[in-house]
Write a protein that binds this ligand. Structure first.
Ligand code: NAD
Ligand code: IPM
Ligand code: MN
Length: 373
């Protein structure tokens, strides 16, 4: 029987809380569907810093390279805000993305019908929403050199005497590979890609537009392609989000646009993500799955966190890393059923009410729904 290896990195804040609920789902699939997961667990972020003095130990990095998939909770928190930049919790996450070369970050935003009234936008604007943001994840201003904070003493005009530098840098190859990922995904959905950059002010944006167009013209002429400046894209996302199918964009714009898209679905606690790299020996892509939200220090330790983003991230792992599409559909249907039944963590509580539940109760309800479907 095939065993599916999974490395769980709960991380900080609400990370371990939501991961406990994913464990219940994994156990359910093992017991009821006979699917064998070989689960190991390790530290990342502040939790790893506390034990090892670094936000990701080399041994953990090596394990991540070997498994079929990694599932990460969240990293960061106020206790670590004043650490040296090189050992901040977020650096652990960025190291995983970079060293595993996970260049295509899939961030779907779907509005479950039961939550349409709860979105900060009107029901008619978000109902039926189903968009996919493909964010480039291993390059751009997050990683470009030169970077740093330097003294600017030779410039008497500069009050404070310091300069902070980051570099937006993209190669044509980096743009082409993420564009291909977006076109491939569009072919399995609505067959439309909208590419976002700021070609009006950035040379890297001009290159981005030209290379995405090149991949389209040479390899995917059958997919509909449009281009949009990213600031307009942000506006269009809240004006008429249903106009989009797949959005492909760079690392920083993708970070911001996906948080904005999260609110269309009702809560940041709803949004899963998959970060995919090149195919491994088994033909499946190297992969890490994580909720889009962070460690939510304001609600950590109170049983308030919504575990759905992390549970739906595991559903993406079922689909993309384990070739268990039917099981992924089942898990997504279980989440939909629980929401339709009015079960709500605090972040989903609107004026229309519902049954308030804790993080743990939400996990239990989803497992109950799995058995009932
Ligand atoms: P955040 O996503 O942690 O929280 C933003 C707001 O959304 C908070 O009010 C929080 O309570 C709420 N929220 C987030 N997830 C929720 C959930 N599952 N259920 C209910 N409410 C939820 O973003 P932030 O406050 O800007 O960042 C906090 C820390 O998390 C920082 O250290 C940041 O660097 C880190 N962070 C980590 C990741 C990650 O690990 N992938 C992502 C974003 C931020
Ligand atoms: C995300 C987060 C990360 C990012 C941080 C925590 C490094 O905001 O995954 O969206 O900026 O990519
Ligand atoms: Mn983010």
């Amino acid at each position: 029987m095939t065993t599916h290896s999974l490395l769980i990195l709960p991380g900080d804040g609400i990370g371990p809380e939501v991961m406990t609920e994913v464990r219940k789902v994994i156990d359910w699939f093992q017991t009821n569907k006979g699917i064998q997961f070989d689960v190991s667990e390790d530290l990342v972020g502040g939790a790893a810093y506390d034990k090892h003095g670094v936000p990701l130990a080399d041994e953990t990095m090596a394990k991540a390279q070997e498994v079929d998939a990694v599932l990460l909770g969240a990293v960061g928190g106020p206790a670590y805000d004043n650490l040296d930049f090189s050992v901040k919790p977020e650096r652990g996450l960025l190291r995983l993305r970079k060293e595993m070369d996970l260049f295509a970050n899939l961030r779907p935003a779907q509005c479950f019908d039961a939550l349409a009234d709860f979105s900060s936008l009107k029901r008619e604007i978000v109902a039926g929403l189903d968009i996919l943001i493909v964010r480039e994840l291993t390059s751009g201003v997050y990683f470009g050199e030169p970077r740093g904070i330097h003294s600017d003493d030779n410039n008497p005009q500069n009050e404070g005497g310091r300069v902070g530098i980051n570099t937006q840098r993209y190669t044509s190859g980096e743009i082409r590979r993420v564009a291909r990922a977006a076109f491939e995904l569009a072919k399995k959905r609505g067959n439309r890609v909208c590419s976002m950059e700021k070609a009006n002010v950035m040379e890297s944006g001009i290159l981005w537009r030209e290379e995405v167009q090149w991949v389209h013209d040479n390899e995917y002429p059958e997919v509909e392609l449009s281009h949009m400046y990213a600031d307009n894209g942000a506006m269009q996302l809240v004006r008429r989000p249903n106009q989009f199918d797949v959005i492909v964009t760079d690392n920083l714009f993708g970070d911001i646009l996906s948080d904005a898209a999260a609110m269309l679905t009702g809560s940041l606690g709803m949004l899963p993500s998959a970060s995919l790299g090149a195919p491994m020996a088994n033909g499946r892509p190297k992969a890490m799955y994580e909720p889009v939200h962070g460690s939510a220090p304001d609600i950590a330790g109170q049983g308030k966190a919504n575990p759905i983003a992390c549970i739906l991230s595991f559903a993406m792992a079922l689909r993309y890393s384990y070739d268990l599409g039917a099981e992924a559909d089942l898990l997504e249907a279980a989440v939909e059923k629980v929401l339709a039944d009015g079960v709500r963590t605090g972040d989903l509580m609107g004026p229309e009410g519902g049954t308030p539940v804790t993080t743990s109760q939400m996990g239990d309800k989803i497992v109950e729904a799995l058995s009932a479907l």
